[in-house]
Design a protein around this ligand. Sequence first.
Ligand SMILES: [Zn+2]
Length: 298
Amino acid sequence: MKTIKELINESLTEVAASKDILRDENIRRVYKECPDLKEIDDQILNVRNSRFIAVIDKDERLIKRFDIAEEELQTKREKIMKINKIDPDFDSEKIICDKCNDTGFAKGSDGTVKVCSCRKKELEMCYEYSGMADYTSYKMKNYRDDYLGDPSGRKKIKNELLKALLGLSDNNDKSSLWVYSAPPQTGKTFLSVCVCKTAINLGRSAYYAKCEDLQTVGTDTLEDLKRIDFLVLDDFADSVTLFNNVGSVLNSILEVRAASKLPTVLVSPFPKSELVNKCDMRISGKLASANLISKESR
Ligand SMILES: [Zn+2]
């Protein structure tokens, strides 16, 4: 899997190339409009090359002559530029996106540094690499706190998930494992995907997967899941952990992540107490000390 930082880094080569092309095109256009300028610039180049040879020959008299020649040419050049109203920076590279200065990250109006709007393509690609290819339409701005008529409860859950992602907690020795428990049909998947996308938007590495898919995930992805900044595992249920090796895969993921204090969210339609009682024993031990995100949680 590729992280958003890696994707943006790759795109920077592309940006550099297009800046170079734009610069060349600009120079060609200006020279076409003003052949006198091209003439002078060619002469300056010649003088500089000749001066270079004079330097090697240590011919002080000649060096001085070329210096004076260049000075005269520069004065002429300035005049031509002024008369023809040519931008003095016409031959330098221009920034393509002034929002992010072509770095791919920019400070938003809310003060947080996010992926710049000029990197939408990379962002969508990253969502796809991060398990969210099936959820292209899920966007945080479409998450309505008042959906199902429970604005404060839904807002609270959203904020708790964002806090988990940012590693903000009121208690220092809190577990880095979170259980987000809410009844079916309450928009858990929508919110989980949106929070995962938010993580990527903030430049973090993140992944969204259904718990049962852990049985088919490749070794490379599995290693990634152990080390990425934020992991959300949806449709978590005690039964899932008891079949097809999911319990053991999940256990190894959780162990590595807990050691590095990397936040992991298990999303489940079942109450935490029930999960603790019925899960694969190794998982159940970890669940017992996990943080709870639910409407009732405090
Ligand atoms: Zn930008």
